[in-house]
Design a protein around this ligand. Sequence first.
Ligand SMILES: [Zn+2]
Length: 267
Amino acid sequence: MFGFVQRGAVKFLEAEEISALGFVTHAFCTRQGGVSEGPFADLNVGDRVGDREEDVRRNLTLVGEAFSIQEGRLMLMRQVHGDSIRVIDGAMPLPGEVPECDGMITDRPGVALGVRTADCVPLFFVDRIRRVIGAAHAGWRGAALGMAARMADAMKERFSSRYEDILAVIGPAIGPCCYEVDAPVFAALSSRREAERFLIPGGKDRWMLDLAEVSRLQLLECGLPEENILTAGFCTACRQDLFFSHRAGRGRTGRQLNFLMLNAGGN
Ligand SMILES: [Zn+2]
């Protein structure tokens, strides 16, 4: 079950199944509650989209304050539509370091793993037994690379997570109602199992792509039980009042922040 919650200035979507665990703070932030203006209004956290630098910094500070994230402990990525994953276990990344990757995993309390999106899928992972978390970004390229399954596998390899202990949450992303794709995207995804469930024929050489469903099927195939996979279901392009959408904003828009963090001091 998903619900909207307000904390400080920030309105966000949360999954009750994650909140109920008691040891994870998480949020799929909406675009509401920040200081950015124009196409970046309000809570833009994208630093390479044309928004004012000081506004982006202020927005990140507002989120940090709302969720009591310690200074320098919100980890962001330079997302490159790849499948590399950064594990944060021993040494913390340097202050201000933004690793080039599309997924992060940690067992360290107090480290917030952030994903910036505007149509692409934000993915959260929580091993409810070993208390390990992960966050990832998957657009169509990441989906074609099997990013969702790569994250679950990486948690298993590095932290001995069992698939049945992992809760996966698929956040707000562009829906099949609005995401028309062309032949190159079709070619990248059509050989995947059950492709007819996420590539719906549209016009000539056009398909409607259900990105969230690609990730959900990958996780099922990986071995996660169906009830462990939660899908938010909001379409970012349909709901521009709530979310930034790259497609609907014709490329000129902001990025929303999605993050999760193991609470310091346990529960
Ligand atoms: Zn839509």
